[in-house]
Design a protein around this ligand. Structure first.
Ligand SMILES: NC(=O)C1=CN([C@@H]2O[C@H](COP(=O)(O)OP(=O)(O)OC[C@H]3O[C@@H](n4cnc5c(N)ncnc54)[C@H](O)[C@@H]3O)[C@@H](O)[C@H]2O)C=CC1
Ligand SMILES: O=C(O)[C@@H]1CCC=N1
Length: 274
């Protein structure tokens, strides 16, 4: 079972679907004519995706579902029931469902469809669009190893994958699903601070972007842990120490803990339809 000639349908055409589509196409393992996309009603959005990525976009869900080998659920978690119930009769047991929805369990999806259909739950992130996603995968009760292999092959075209217990998915959503947004938020704040300190926005953007890329690559390539890397920058009585002491005094670590806790709790709530 591999991805050659498999039809892959996205139910949902938002930013997550686009990031994955864009990355898959760049990965060149799957070609544009294997990718199908539909959404609730936004024709303009489908035209944009069709034009930009040369994928096949259509509002004819029945036809798309009947032809699909892999169906990727990419609507908002709270739209899951409304999306699936009217079309549940169209699903077949030999299809593979991959859900990227925050919070929603594989059991919930199987129960909704009402078939012993294989479901893989995935939590990627938007870095998929450039092949740098971090995707966690877990399998539902009707999915077998072959389904996981297929899901892994697909998500490896857009970055790294790791297989986890389904119980960990809420925490993972809070860490690596939402994670890029925390980094961007930090970058926004750094840029603002740089401008306040007298730099031009273009110089600030260029230096901060390279600083983030450099730090990310150091984490990956240096073999050192983040604490050691931080200590190497922090000269005694120097500038970094002065800056970090302000973060410490303002409980930066506690704020980050609370951020992740809040995101994890929201994933749990979404799972319960709240
Ligand atoms: N944005 C992100 O970084 C990530 C999002 N996710 C998950 O991906 C899912 C989508 O998130 P976004 O793309 O950010 O949301 P979005 O709001 O940008 O897109 C949602 C899409 O679902 C479509 N939709 C709604 N009802 C539908 C129906 N009945 N049939 C077909 N399509 C329907 C909408 O038309 C829209 O295209 C969410 O469940 C989210 O938890 C997962 C990982 C990362
Ligand atoms: O914010 C959200 O709910 C989604 C899930 C992970 C990233 N974005």
């Amino acid at each position: 079972m591999d991805l050659i000639n498999k039809s892959i349908l996205f139910l949902g055409a938002g930013s997550a679907a686009e990031a994955i589509i864009s990355g898959i196409i760049k990965g060149k393992v799957v070609s544009n004519n294997q990718l199908f996309v539909t959404n609730r009603e936004n024709e303009e959005r489908l035209s944009y995706l069709q034009e930009r990525y040369q994928v096949i976009c259509s509002r004819h869900k029945e036809e798309l579902i009947s032809k699909a080998d892999i169906i990727i659920l990419a609507m908002k978690p709270n739209d899951l029931e409304k999306s699936i119930l009217p079309i549940k009769a169209l699903f077949k047991e030999n299809q593979l469902i991959i859900s990227i929805l925050a919070g929603k369990s594989t059991d919930k999806i199987t129960d909704l469809i009402g078939l012993p259909i294989p479901v893989i739950r995935a939590m990627p992130n938007t870095s998929a669009s450039i092949g740098y996603a971090a995707t966690a995968l877990t399998k539902g009760k009707y999915a077998i190893e072959q389904h996981m292999i297929q899901a892994k092959q697909l998500f490896q075209t857009i970055g790294m994958t790791t297989i986890v217990k389904e119980d960990d998915m809420h925490a993972i959503t809070a860490i690596s699903g939402s994670g890029p947004a925390y980094i961007y938020y930090l970058v926004e704040a750094l840029e603002k601070a740089a401008i306040e300190a007298g730099l031009s926005s273009s110089v600030a953007r260029e230096l901060i972007t390279q600083t983030v890329i450099g730090a990310g690559n150091m984490l990956r390539l240096s073999g050192e842990d983040p604490e050691t890397l931080r200590q190497k920058i922090t000269s005694p009585n120097g500038t970094t120490e002065a800056g970090i002491s302000i973060l410490e005094n303002n409980h930066f670590r506690r704020i980050v803990m609370e951020c992740v806790k809040g995101a994890k709790e929201r994933s749990e709530e979404l799972g319960n339809g709240q």
